[in-house]
Design a protein around this ligand. Structure first.
Ligand code: FMN
Length: 244
């Protein structure tokens, strides 16, 4: 057999297929239920302004104009722009039982990820690391100061990260999805985040901001910065946003 077929990429797809004639069975044992949204109760909270949903934008034009932009300037974003980007990523738009439905779809309405921000230059928000509290549409302040060098180094020195006004960091909350979908969760979590990231890119385009998805980073470096374990919760996807 070709060696590449024995690798992780093939194993991942083959090992998570549903088969009509085979019952769903695995050896994962019990998977503990985890909270549906993470919060940092001891952190200082910054309430975000309402997103600007009256901003004129034509969906078809935004799709046509959307590009990954790496040459953003160091001009700051406004707090309203940041709020609108966060709402596009994870704004709550309806409730269904216990589920807070959002601007992007998610398998089983589980939303198995968390949104963190590294704010470098956004008006009215001190530089630092933040966690986004979905339910109350607020930022939780985790660490103050400039982490520009750490972020850029963690992202393989990419200049787009150094220039960004803000970097969104999405972590996978593995158990939140595995509790229902077991190993197949490994397909759904990146799919879910793809939708979220596209929403942010389209919103950035609508506001004439530049954004660039980032998949190339040293996982442990980002996890260490966020003080997460890299197993039950691990960084998966980032996007930079800045003014053009
Ligand atoms: C999963 C994923 C990971 C990516 N990672 C990076 C990255 O680390 N650095 C970068 O400059 N662009 C990255 N990109 C952007 C792609 O290079 C870009 O989408 C592609 O070249 C197509 O260009 P467009 O987005 O302007 O249409 C990534 C895109 C995706 C979807």
């Amino acid at each position: 057999m070709a060696l590449y077929k024995e690798g992780l990429a093939f194993g991942y797809i083959q090992g998570t297929k549903y088969h009509r004639d085979k019952p769903l069975k695995d050896h994962l044992g019990p998977i503990p239920a985890v909270q549906s949204c993470k919060t940092y109760p001891d952190a200082e909270r910054l309430k975000l302004p309402q997103p600007d949903l009256n901003h004129p934008a034509n969906l078809w034009q935004c799709m046509t104009r959307r590009r990954s932009e790496r040459d953003t300037t160091t001009e700051p974003l406004s707090l309203n722009e940041l709020s609108t980007l966060l709402w596009s990523a994870q704004g709550v738009t309806a409730r269904a039982g216990i589920h807070l439905l959002r601007t992007a779809p998610s398998a089983g309405a589980l939303y198995p990820f968390e949104t963190y921000l590294y704010v470098d230059h956004v008006e009215d928000i001190p530089q630092g690391l933040y966690h986004f509290d979905v339910a109350s549409f607020a930022l939780e302040r985790l660490k103050d100061g400039s982490f520009n060098r750490d972020m850029t180094k963690a992202c393989l020195g990419q200049p787009v990260v150094r220039r960004a006004a803000v970097v969104f960091i999405w972590t996978a909350m593995m158990l939140r999805c595995m509790v229902k979908y077991r190993d197949r969760a490994v397909r759904y979590i990146p799919m879910d985040l793809g939708h979220v990231c596209q929403n942010v890119q389209l919103a950035a385009t609508a506001m004439d901001l530049g954004s660039c998805p980032i998949g190339a980073f040293f996982d442990d470096d980002i996890n260490r910065l966020l003080e997460i374990d890299g197993e039950d919760e691990t960084a998966l996807y980032l996007i930079t946003v800045g003014r053009m």
